[in-house]
Design a protein around this ligand. Structure first.
Ligand code: AHM
Ligand code: MG
Length: 338
């Protein structure tokens, strides 16, 4: 084995030494998440071969019920987080209510989208898992809604797993962002992208442009601005949109860019969920030197959640691009208001 190889577990343990009074529980939780990710990755990789793509209710040759991949991922992450005794509650995109885990003394809760990019699952396009870890703040052994309705600023760790041409886990504990690629030959995540920073030279925007007609005027005008010819500002920018938030954001993190999911008249709060899509991604983007807002001057991480599956418009990526789109939105919202 390459002597310079740093595995995810080595890295987590080394970081643990930076916090001599920490208990190591957060490190264990991150290891649990990486283990579940490997199991999900195994199924994602053979998804075209086994009968796992259809709707629930199907049976396989052993007459066992076949789960859809997103349900399978949900179950794997829930069971990985339930065994350790460190996590007392989970809020998942797949469950209407939060799941309470009976582990007296457990001090963390997790929010997650176990398999994001559902429309891409069946067509072999990159998908991902998104997660946030918070400390339990309520009194008593069991978790309450108060634990889940914390602002994104209270996250102690957040990250994502990208099931793409290779599988990566990218996470932050508030001290920069690091990326690990799964080496399938040894079944181990290895440090491949240390200290990720969004490049200053960003010239890509990512948005479902098919919704253009429904966007607020400021967003429309910004998109037109992206398409103009202007050499000094590297315009026109390139448009890249996969429709999997993890894949779109990962590309923009490495290559530079802006990801937008704006409001529309029919969906004034946008589509993406604050607790397990926007907050963890905003945390990662800020830790990588970028910016994340709702387009109206409000930092995503400072939005006060009021419900588990709350949605918010989201603009995240290179600092200057988020500022640019916000100034367009501000300019045209005053025009729209007249
Ligand atoms: P999902 O949680 O149902 O998978 O939806 C979230 C996904 C994101 O990954 C992606 O950014 C967005 O939906 C794409 O939506 P659209 O198809 O409207 O562009
Ligand atoms: Mg999702």
């Amino acid at each position: 084995m390459n002597s310079k190889l740093i595995t995810l577990n080595d890295f987590i343990l080394n970081r643990q030494k930076d916090f001599p009074y920490a208990s190591g529980e957060l490190s264990s939780l991150l290891s649990d998440i990486s283990l579940a990710a490997k199991i999900v990755n195994r199924e994602v990789n053979k998804a075209g071969l086994v009968d796992i793509l259809g709707a629930t209710g199907n049976s396989n040759v052993q007459n066992e019920e076949v789960q859809k991949l997103d349900i399978y991922a949900n179950n794997e992450f829930i069971s990985a987080l339930s065994v350790s005794g460190l996590c007392c509650g989970i809020a998942s995109e797949e469950n209407d209510e939060f799941i309470s885990i009976n582990k007296p003394g457990a001090t963390y809760i997790v929010t997650m989208d176990p398999l994001d990019g559902s429309s891409n699952i069946d067509v072999n396009v990159s998908i991902g898992t998104i997660f946030s870890i918070y400390r339990k703040v309520s009194i008593g052994d069991s978790c309450t809604m108060e634990d889940f309705l914390q602002k994104g600023t209270e996250q102690v760790a957040a990250g994502y797993v990208l099931y793409g041409s290779s599988t990566m886990m990218v996470y932050s504990t508030g001290n920069g962002v690091n990326g690990f690629t799964l080496d399938p030959s040894i079944g181990t995540f290895c440090l491949s992208h240390p200290d990720i920073k969004i490049p200053k030279e960003s010239k890509t925007y990512s948005v479902n442009q098919g919704n253009f007609i429904k966007f607020p005027e400021g967003v429309k005008q910004y998109i037109k601005y992206c398409q103009e010819n202007d050499k000094p500002t590297n315009r026109p920018y390139g448009l890249r949109y996969i429709g999997s938030m993890v894949a779109d954001l990962h590309r923009n993190l490495l290559k530079g860019g802006l990801f937008m999911y704006p409001s529309t008249e029919a969906a004034p709060k946008g589509k993406l969920r604050l607790l397990y899509e926007c907050n963890p991604m905003a945390y990662i983007v800020e830790q990588a030197g970028g910016k994340a807002t709702d387009g109206n001057g409000n930092r995503i991480l400072e939005l006060q959640p009021t419900e588990l599956h709350q949605r918010t418009p989201v603009f995240l990526g290179a600092d200057f691009m988020v500022k640019d789109v916000e100034s367009f939105i501000k300019k045209y919202s005053s025009v729209e208001a007249v």
